[in-house]
Structures are given as structure tokens and as C-alpha cells.
Design a protein. Sequence first.
Length: 520
Amino acid sequence: MLLLLLCFAGAARFRRWRREAAAAEATADATAEPQQHRHHHAVIAPALVTELEAIVGAEHVSVEAEELQAHGEPQHSYHRCGRWPGAVVAPATTEEVSQIVRACAARGVAVVPYGGATSIEGQLLTVHGGVSIDFRRMNKVLRLSEADFDVTVQPGIGYLELNEYLKPKGLWFPLDPGPGASIGGMASCRCSGSTAVRYGTMRENVINLTVVMADGSIVKTQPRTKKSAAGYDLTRLMIGAEGTLGVITEATLKIYNIPAHKAAMRCTFTTVQDATKAVQEVMRRGIQIGRAELMDDVMIGILNTANETDYLPHATVLFEITGENPAELEASMEAVTGIVNAVGPTSLRSTTDAKESEHIWRERKEALWHCFAAYPEKTAFITDVIAPVSRLADLISVCKPELDASPLPAPICAHAGDGNFHTVIMIDPGNEAELHEAERLSAFMVARAHEMDGSCTGEHGIGTGKIKYLEREQGESGIRVMRSIKEALDPQGILNPGKILRPGPTLFSDKESSPPSGCL
Ligand SMILES: Cc1cc2nc3c(=O)[nH]c(=O)nc-3n(C[C@H](O)[C@H](O)[C@H](O)COP(=O)(O)OP(=O)(O)OC[C@H]3O[C@@H](n4cnc5c(N)ncnc54)[C@H](O)[C@@H]3O)c2cc1C
């Protein structure tokens, strides 16, 4: 008994010490904060930590340095801002999230929602310290309607876990961003992945959301109907907002039957232009494909090095072809084969074997890990741009020579059926010159995409990394509308500050400067 009491006393003393240390760190940060950002800065007062503990239970609030660092320096993004949150809190219900946001709002403390931490553009950086809301405990399926083909989930569930739940029922949720991504993060980044060519992005696949607003109030964005013409579209307003307009606590998603008959096709071409030409023709003919992914010769070379495979190091297109029945599948496979042969492949292999197909798609999904395996001492500067599908070949044609001429490895992967391509530029994390070269390449790609009526990002979002490109894309009037929305819904600027929009009046007066508070 005495031992138990000593343990409790020790734990309480440790918690008090951590709270004081966190408060001291936050106060020190506040003094160091540049004047123009001061009003956004969050100080984690011990009283706030106590209040958070009362809301969710002390065991679900952390001020441990290791946990703060993990939440302030997410591993998949090369962006860093040199600041961690003051506390990490893991709620279990919408009501708890509402109380957390209310408590933070009362003190003007920043709130950064945290899902699977696979975002790439610095979306999770705690630029102004504050409280990181980790959704790991809100990972339940709340209801399923097989008749309506929809499912309601908490935001912390991963798409992989959701599919484990759906698979025995013959159903699936097809979107597939980074392994580990959560539904809340996916909705907030308006993500997509390899299946968007068939099923669309999060924008098309979320029916409604429950959202905690900046004042703690709870809003359900629309009823559970397939469509609605009732007023402003609050669902779509939240999708892609990166946690800057509200905190998602429930999502109702469209789900689908798992396609009964599938085939995978691996086709290689002499040039990346030929590869894109084949994809465009397949799309133009309206053949039912599930995926159309492209990897350039550099990416295939990296894959070979990392996995000791011996794929032809040529531009490669991976098609997934689907059909309601074997005859339909065969007809589609024949049509795609005809198109590919007309363009002139250097190799073509198709398979209906489920294991082989799964291997093909896993290899593609793990492109980033292949890059790390091939360059173990480097980190990845990942960037994506998108053009109208008909301009993808032009976009890649102007960007690839620039990427190939760079001293840095810069392989291309594309969701070719959407007009979206990525490059994974491998840099030495401590090397300023390499970072600048990667930024130059990224700026080049964005500029060419903009010239072709494209966008600075098809799916990775803005975060801190692409604020300046969003400004160019939207122009002053577009940014003013976005800023009005932000100010109306979050007048104190506590929701994930420093993402999508620059804080304060620096907008347009300092177009080329880095994002706020020392973030890359
Ligand atoms: C290997 C790899 C492959 C990838 N492939 C793709 C791809 O093919 N397509 C694609 O689109 N993306 C891809 N991504 C990027 C990434 O997976 C997506 O951006 C994904 O949507 C992020 O989800 P997450 O749960 O990890 O979000 P997080 O990184 O946790 O958060 C992202 C943003 O969402 C906000 N957020 C999180 N939860 C909530 C919530 N409940 N309420 C409000 N805001 C919230 C956060 O504050 C942050 O701003 C890839 C990443 C990796 C590492």
C-alpha cells in the first residue's frame, strides 16, 4: 500500500514538474517570438494542462518531451519549424474534443489536430506551439449501412483498418494515400491516391462530417443522403481545410463493392511521353480501369537497386483493369493491350493472379521506402503538381529534363489517369545547397503546371510548404476570400495556425519569403 502511495506521489510530482517545465519552455518561446506573430502564440499554462486532464483523464494528456517532439517533428515531412506543442491530448469523444477546443479558445491557445502523421507539406507543424489533439483513441466504426453503401467512423481510424473491417462483407473504401493515414487527416488534406481515377478523391467520397468549430460548438455538415441542395456546402468547406477551419470528429463515407474481377498490367515504354500517351488513350476510350500509375526510368532504377529486382529500367505504366464478369474483364484487357501495342511498348505483362497483382500495387505504394533504401543517408523532399489530364505529357516533358539534369536523384511517380505527378527529391538533410536545389526544382514544376492551367498540388495540400504557390495560384482576390472564411470561422486564429494562409498582414507584402516562424 505504502509503495502504491509513493508511486502515485512520484507520478504526481513528475507530472507537476513536466507541467512547470512545459510552461517555462512556452514562456521562453513567447519572449523569443517575433513581434508580428506574438498574438498567435500559445502558452501552455499549468492550469490548462490541469483542465485538459480533467476533460480526458490525466493518462491521456502528455507533456513528455519525447511525445511533444514526435508531434512537433512528424517523420514524413522534411519541413521543420523548431517548435513542439506544449501538450498532446488524446480525446475519446466529440464532446471531449469540444471541451478541449473551448478550453484552448478561452486562453487563445493554438490547436493542431493530429491523425496518421503521413502528411507531407508541414501540415502538422506546431508553428505556434499549443495543443496537439491526437486522434489515436477515436478510431471506431460507429455505424454501417450496407443498404446505403455508407459507413460512419471516428476520424482516427486508418483507411487500412477500415478496409480490414469492411473486407469480410465484400466492401471497401478505395482511397489509398500514405500507409497509416487516418480518415480525419485524409478528409482534411482532400487526399486521393492511386484509385482516384475510378472513385474520385475525398471530396467525392465524404457524405457528411461532424465538426467542432473554433468556439467549441458542434456542427453536423449535412444529413446522411447521397446528395443535398440545402444551403452552403459545409462538408466540402472542411475537406482540404487542413484543420484550419474546424476539427473533424466523425465522418460518413461512401463505400463500394470490392470489384469482382481484376487484372494488373505492367507496360514499359522507351519514353515517358509514350507512357502518358497510352494512359490518355485508355482514358479517352472510357475503358473501365481501377488505376493508371506511372513510374519513370529513374524510379524503376531505384526500385531495382532497393529490391535487387531486374525490371527494364524504362518508363513504366501499371494499369488495374476491372470488370463485372470475366468476359467484361477480358474485353477491357484486350482493348488496353491494343492501345498499348499501338503506342509501342518495350514490354507488356498482364496477370489476373491476385497475389502477383497485390505485389505490383504494394511495390508502387512503397515507392518512398524504395528511395530511402536506395539512399539511406538522405531524406525525401516530396512534391506534387497536377495539370489537366490532356496536358500531363506536356508537363512531364518540360519537367523531366530539368529533374534529370539536377545533381539530386529526382524520380517521378504519377497518378497518370488524374494528370497528377510527384517527384521524390533525395537530399542530405543538413545540406543547404541541396535543399535550395530541391526548392528550385519544385518551383520550376509548379510554374510549368500553372502555365498549363494546372495546380501547385493535386493531393498533398498546402501546409506550410506551398503557401507561396497557393498565393500565386489564387491571386490576391482568391486569397482574400479564403482569409475572410478563415477569419469568420476562427477569429482568434487558433485552429492550426500558419497553414494554408500566412498569419497576419504579411500577405503579398512578402511573397517570396519563407512561411512563418522559421518553418521551411
Ligand atoms: C508513402 C506516402 C505515400 C503517400 N501517397 C499519397 C497519395 O497517393 N495520395 C495522397 O493524397 N496523399 C498521399 N500521401 C500523403 C498523406 O498520406 C495524405 O496527405 C493523408 O491524407 C494524410 O493523412 P494523415 O491521417 O496522415 O493526416 P495527418 O498528417 O495526421 O494530418 C494532416 C492534416 O490534417 C489535419 N487533421 C488530422 N486529423 C484531423 C481532424 N480530425 N480534424 C481536422 N483536421 C485534421 C492535421 O491538422 C493536418 O493539417 C502519402 C504520404 C506518404 C508518406
